[in-house]
Design a protein around this ligand. Structure first.
Ligand SMILES: *Cc1c(COP(=O)(O)O)cnc(C)c1O
Length: 404
């Protein structure tokens, strides 16, 4: 007997939630960490130097300074850039809170520039329109792993004498015009949170070619303290140290750094797998009218931290929130990245108002992040595609008067 397939359920039904992102750790990683635990140094030992060197070499930067996490690293970059009270720093609202909070930590003022609706990255023209005599720096965020138009933004920063900090938490392994991210901005931050490309549990780094920034980052990470005889204002003896700035304890441990080294060995493989999955999603979802796949800028080679689908409201009989919940009920761990930062109550209390960045707000209402991480199996990828197609069929409406 022929049975009509039940289209209201996907072919592959999951029984546990598939997260949107997850680390990949193997025996090599575990061995590297236990080796540190059996050794003499568990913090600020040789693994830190090895990890910093590895990152700097990978992105082709002169210096790298490891931090306890990416947020601390961004704080360090704002300190090194000399951001303080009265200084404005231009960034995007479609980012994690840390990209603009780091400016507030230093007493500066974040200014939000609107996004491009194709790439969801900050629009260089919008940055330009927000520059005033108080602007000190730009924090450009490579949202989802796709680099911003870093050539145009670098040029703008150079012309206007602004410091360019790149928040590359999403874009380790990505390139722009054939050159790795990390070799473009004055300072570039990578994060090693477990959902990012490589992980140290918690961790972050700033890479730079500028020696002055490098020295300031080292001071900031360690209470503003130095023992370097060349930097001391006087020298009372071999025990002597000096606090020259107000810094923090933002150090990374050697256990974390050792993990970072073995994770870096797998980075290119991780990025390749992420690109493979993204290509499969693009192929499946570009056929579905009313769904918008992530637009890619021709010179940008994304390392695909996130895969985002936009559901254009006119094409669906249910809103984004219903669709989101439905995907969750099929155990697909969808997410939304991000709520425009200035809509957060804390920012609203500071006086930021709705409507500053209309594209960002429109983007936010329609976006859903779909699971993407290297450890996903082909079966997992099929489960995601099936679930999306099922929910799509349920709510998609043909637009009247249109021949399809
Ligand atoms: C993860 C992330 C950060 C902060 O990194 P942590 O290591 O979690 O502190 C900053 N900016 C963006 C865009 C991020 O995704």
């Amino acid at each position: 007997m022929f049975e009509k397939p039940d289209l209201s359920l996907p072919k592959h039904v999951r029984t546990t939630m598939l997260p949107y992102g997850q680390q990949w750790l193997d025996e090599q990683d575990i061995e590297a960490v236990t080796k540190v635990l059996r050794g003499d140094f568990i913090t600020q030992g040789p693994a830190i130097i090895a990890f910093e060197t590895k990152i700097a070499n990978y992105v082709n930067a002169k210096y790298a300074v490891a931090f306890a996490n990416g947020t601390a690293a961004l704080h360090g970059a704002c300190f090194a850039a000399g951001i303080g009270e009265g200084d404005e720093v231009i960034t995007t609202p479609i980012t994690f809170l840390a990209s603009s909070n780091c400016v507030l930590y230093q007493g500066g003022t974040p200014v939000f520039a609107d996004i491009d609706m194709d790439t969801y990255n900050v629009d260089p023209e919008q940055i330009e329109s927000k520059i005033t005599c108080r602007t000190k720096a730009i924090i450009a965020v490579d949202f989802t792993g796709q680099p911003v138009e870093i050539d145009r933004i670098s040029m703008l920063a150079r012309d206007r004498d602004l410091i360019l900090i790149e928040d590359a938490a999403h874009s380790l392994g990505a390139s722009y015009a054939g050159r790795k991210i990390g070799a473009w901005a004055d300072m570039t931050m990578f994060s090693f949170h477990p959902v990012k490309h490589v992980t140290t549990g918690e961790g972050g780094v700033i890479v730079t070619d500028n020696e002055v920034f490098y020295r300031r980052l080292l001071l900031f990470r360690n209470h503003g303290m130095t023992k370097n005889p060349e930097e001391l204002t006087r020298n009372d003896g071999p025990w002597y140290y000096e606090m020259q700035e107000l810094g923090f304890n933002y150090r990374m441990t050697d256990m974390q750094a050792a993990l970072g080294v073995t994770q870096m060995d797998k980075l290119d493989f991780f990025v390749t797998r992420r690109r493979e999955i993204a290509a499969r999603y693009n192929e499946a979802f570009s056929k579905l009218e009313g769904l918008v796949i992530p637009g890619q800028q021709s010179r940008a080679e994304s390392s695909w931290h996130l895969y985002i689908l936009r559901w254009i409201p006119e094409h669906f009989s249910a809103g984004r929130d219903v669709i989101f919940n439905e995907l969750r009920s099929l155990n697909i761990g969808v997410h939304v990245h991000y709520i425009p930062v200035y809509l957060q109550p804390y920012y609203q209390r500071m006086g930021y108002r709705d409507g500053i960045c209309p594209n960002a707000e429109q983007y936010y209402r329609t976006a859903i992040t779909v699971p993407l991480f290297p450890k996903m199996t082909d079966q997992n990828v099929n489960e995601v595609v099936d679930a999306i197609e099922t929910v799509y069929r349920k709510y998609h409406m043909q637009i009247k008067g249109r021949l399809l």
